[in-house]
Design a protein around this ligand. Structure first.
Ligand SMILES: [Zn+2]
Length: 235
């Protein structure tokens, strides 16, 4: 019997190569930038919301008519529901950064799933649409974590330009200059608006927006970047 079963399976795999490879068993890829020729760039902010920095970042973005992507930590979001509402009202893109900013490398699938799903529940209870974007705390991941995120339907979002704004000796000028120098179509820039945010972060965002706009860049959310990717793959 067993050889027959084996034969049947082999036959099925020949006919339908995808039979044994459902998307769910594969680790989700980490998207660090979009492949596009359009001059688009996505600003992202991690670890918020924080009462100190999130309102300032939102003010600068709104004044410049720029939509950005915020990766929220559940425990921070719970303490600042009004700021979460503000981000939703301002039509910012909201992704998940975990319920407790837990590093997901070297964790069991159960632990990963709990951290991810708890935050999805927290964010939805605060009026955020079900998150589909995940940013790994510390940028740390492994095959187990990426597989669970893939199974849960998340896009895992990295970055292509690191402003290193969490190092508090980085000046606004240095950050803005780095982003201007490293900007490429489809780039994803990482900042922080949580407890590690700073006045320099706010100023850097204010400085770089007009410069990049002048160079012909359009600021988009990560969701919009992903749509561009999809449009490209259909061509
Ligand atoms: Zn973080």
């Amino acid at each position: 019997m067993i050889p027959l079963v084996h034969k049947v399976l082999t036959f099925l795999l020949l006919l339908f190569p995808w039979f044994g490879h459902t998307a769910q068993s594969k680790p989700a890829p980490v998207i660090r930038q979009a492949v596009t020729t359009h001059k688009v760039i996505a600003l992202t902010f991690d670890d918020g919301p924080s009462p100190k920095w999130t309102p300032k970042v939102l003010t600068v973005l709104n004044q410049n008519h720029v939509k950005a992507t915020f990766f929220l930590i559940g425990s921070h979001a719970t303490r600042q529901p009004l700021l979460v509402h503000e981000e939703v009202k301002d039509k910012m893109d909201i992704g998940s950064h975990g319920a407790n900013h837990q590093i997901l490398r070297n964790q069991s699938a159960t632990v990963v799933r709990q951290e991810v799903e708890t935050n999805a529940q927290i964010l939805q209870s605060l009026g955020v649409p079900k998150p589909t974007l995940y940013r790994m705390p510390g940028g740390a991941s492994d095959a187990t974590a990426l597989t669970v995120l893939g199974q849960l339907g998340y896009h895992v979002i990295g970055w292509s330009i690191d402003t290193r704004d969490w190092r508090h000796r980085t000046t606004a000028e240095a950050m803005a200059e780095k982003v201007e120098k490293e900007a490429t179509p489809g780039a994803i820039v990482i900042f922080h608006d949580g407890p590690n945010g700073s006045e320099a972060t706010v100023q850097a965002v204010q400085m770089l927006i007009p410069v990049l706009k002048k160079e012909g860049y359009r600021f988009v959310t990560v969701q919009q970047l992903l749509h561009l990717e999809k449009a490209k793959s259909r061509i």
